[in-house]
Design a protein. Structure first.
Length: 186
């Protein structure tokens, strides 16, 4: 259990809180507690304000981004295998992905922690795409940075579409894989 998880509870509670904040962005702590099936006192022991809750969930989101890079093992296997691991690691924590998307503000990158995490994530994916562009797997007429942004944007869109009931949860990874690989493969 990470430091943030120990203060808020297990991953299930973290995911439920993240999704509750997406679904009810103006909810009070009491309303959020009720929506995830815990008492206000239970939630209040972990964080005393909505702002503190959002900050803790943002920190947890940063931890998950770092963890997903390690899980993806971009250096191992083929380009397609590594890409699948990236997609699956992002979709595994789709509630946090939705939360980070909806609670992102223009000044988020002014915070050194977020800037560092995002830069590491982007740099790792850019290097992955560049390596496989040089190997002839991914097209070279689209920059590695554009491939990174396209992949991440597609993942975010699929997470949102699943949350709104437009696509099935079970098909999320295959949707991202097929759309991305069909358009990015050389």
């Amino acid at each position: 259990m990470t430091a943030v998880e120990s203060k808020l509870g297990d991953e299930t509670m973290m995911a439920a809180l993240a999704l509750a904040l997406v679904e009810k962005p103006r909810a009070t702590l009491q309303e959020l507690a009720k929506s995830i099936g815990v008492s206000k006192a239970t939630l209040y022991r972990s964080c005393r304000t909505r702002e503190e809750l959002v900050e803790k969930l943002m920190s947890y989101g940063a931890e998950l981004m770092q963890r997903s890079l390690a899980t993806a093992a971009l250096e191992d296997g083929t380009a397609e295998e590594a890409l699948r691991r990236v997609i699956h690691s992002q979709l595994e924590h789709r509630e946090m992905g939705a939360f980070l998307t909806y609670h992102w503000k223009p000044d988020t990158l002014q915070d050194e922690r977020w800037f560092r995490v995002c830069a590491e994530f982007e740099t790792a994916l850019d290097a992955f795409f560049l390596r496989y562009q040089r190997a002839g797997y991914f097209r070279v007429d689209v920059s590695a940075a554009a491939l990174t942004e396209s992949l991440f944007s597609l993942i975010v869109c699929v997470i949102d579409a699943e949350r709104r009931g437009r696509i099935a949860r079970g098909g999320m990874a295959s949707v991202v894989e097929s759309i991305f690989l069909t358009g990015a493969k050389s």
